[in-house]
Design a protein around this ligand. Structure first.
Ligand code: F6R
Length: 241
């Protein structure tokens, strides 16, 4: 496990984008695992700039997002489908047919979960998975629990996550209570994992994930058993290490 410290979130984004760009230059048909939320936005901004300047070509890249809310239309401005288009896909030369976000509105959620895991396997698995971390230590929407769940599955969001994500919605009652998420097994199968954390409100989750026992109450702690994980932190997120 490598841990790199930076002064601020912008530098974390530039470092993450540099690693992703190197991956795509080395392997133009890379499969990237992508995340939503505030943390990867500086990374995506830098990737857009690298693409616009002709440094990185996404035309053969395939992407799989970690998660999506259930029971929220994909066209809703807060859906992760919308987020990805707005923050990245609409501004780079990725083929929209090669971008994948799980369907949170599928009539048969179990079938959709199995289909999504299968699609990742058929694409050859994820080369690099980018992750943020929740204040409760979640990765994807794998919330604190008694066990680690292997595959893609439906999750009941915890109150802490509902409160954290409330900022994107008009009212707390509008925040979906369920999501579909890659499981810990699917995340751990990625050949490389980049975990990003910025801001003081992530410091406790980072301390627990990196310094306490590996345990499913802090789902990110499992990353310590991955053979190729790079952790990029700003000073604030590293403040309790
Ligand atoms: C997003 C995701 C979540 C976020 C986490 C941090 O696709 O899976 O695990 O990475 O909730 O969110 P931010 O970056 O908004 O603090």
């Amino acid at each position: 496990m490598q841990i790199h410290l930076f002064d601020n979130a912008e530098q974390v984004g530039k470092a993450a984008a540099t690693l992703l760009a190197a991956q795509v230059i080395r392997k133009p048909d890379s499969v990237l695992g992508l995340a939503t939320g505030s943390t990867p936005i500086p990374t995506y901004q830098e990737l857009i700039s690298l693409c616009k300047n002709g440094i990185v070509d996404f035309s053969n890249v395939t992407s799989f997002n970690l998660d999506e809310y259930c029971n929220l239309p994909v066209t809703h401005e807060c859906s992760y489908h919308s987020f990805m288009k707005e923050q990245l896909f609409n501004h780079i030369n990725i083929n929209p047919d090669n971008t994948h976000v799980p369907d949170g509105n599928a009539a048969n959620q179990q079938e959709e979960s199995a289909r999504y895991d299968h699609a990742i396997n058929r694409a050859g698995g994820i080369d690099v998975q980018i992750l943020g971390i929740g204040r409760n230590g979640h990765i994807g929407f794998n919330e604190p629990a008694d066990t680690f769940v292997y595959g893609c599955h439906i999750v009941n969001l915890t109150q802490s996550t509902i409160e954290a994500n409330r900022r994107f919605f008009d009212n707390e009652s509008d925040v979906p209570r369920q999501a579909i998420s890659l499981g810990i097994g699917s995340i751990m199968n990625a050949r490389q994992v980049l975990l990003l954390a910025t801001g003081e409100d992530k410091a406790d989750a980072i301390r627990k994930a990196l310094r306490e026992d590996i345990n499913p109450q802090v789902q990110a702690s499992i990353l310590r058993t991955h053979s190729d994980v790079i952790i990029l932190l700003d000073k604030a997120a590293a403040g309790l290490l």
